[in-house]
Design a binder for this molecule. Structure first.
Ligand SMILES: [Fe+2]
Ligand SMILES: [Fe+2]
Length: 140
């Protein structure tokens, strides 16, 4: 994989992290229902992880000579707690898939440090997805 291809791919990942930050921020502001306190706490904790991912990606893109994107992927609209959790689950599963692929790209490019970091991020996103699946179980 060429450097520019890797930069472009990492910028797509960064756009996904910016989406995740805005998604958790907006959903935690809007979510209603009996589980609001728990959901707000859950989402606000997730923001911190996604912010660290975004900071890492922006730093790495700059280190590679690229320009970190400032454009987030669009946040799916959701008005109920369940719809929010479903949209969160889709985004977390996508992130896990993207970082699994990106870690291979980093290895192919010859940057082992990046590959290891991306694999750590696969672990984080898998954890986020599993927590969200548990929240959604028997939700009705
Ligand atoms: Fe993330
Ligand atoms: Fe995540």
């Amino acid at each position: 994989m060429q450097k520019q291809e890797l930069i472009d791919a990492l910028n797509k990942d960064l756009a996904g992290e910016l989406q995740a930050i805005i998604q958790y921020l907006t959903y935690s502001a809007k979510v209603t229902g009996p589980w609001r306190p728990q959901l707000v706490a859950f989402m606000q904790t997730e923001i911190q992880d996604e912010l660290l991912h975004a900071q890492f990606l922006a730093g790495k893109i700059a280190a590679l000579g690229g320009d970190p994107t400032t454009a987030a992927r669009p946040v799916p609209p959701a008005d109920t707690a369940k719809a929010m959790l479903q949209a969160i689950l889709a985004a977390e599963l996508q992130a896990g898939k993207d970082y699994t692929e990106r870690a291979k790209h980093a290895d192919d490019f010859g940057d082992k440090g990046l590959a290891v970091q991306l694999e750590d991020m696969v672990r984080d996103e898998t954890g986020h997805a599993e927590e969200t699946q548990k929240l959604l179980k028997n939700w009705d």
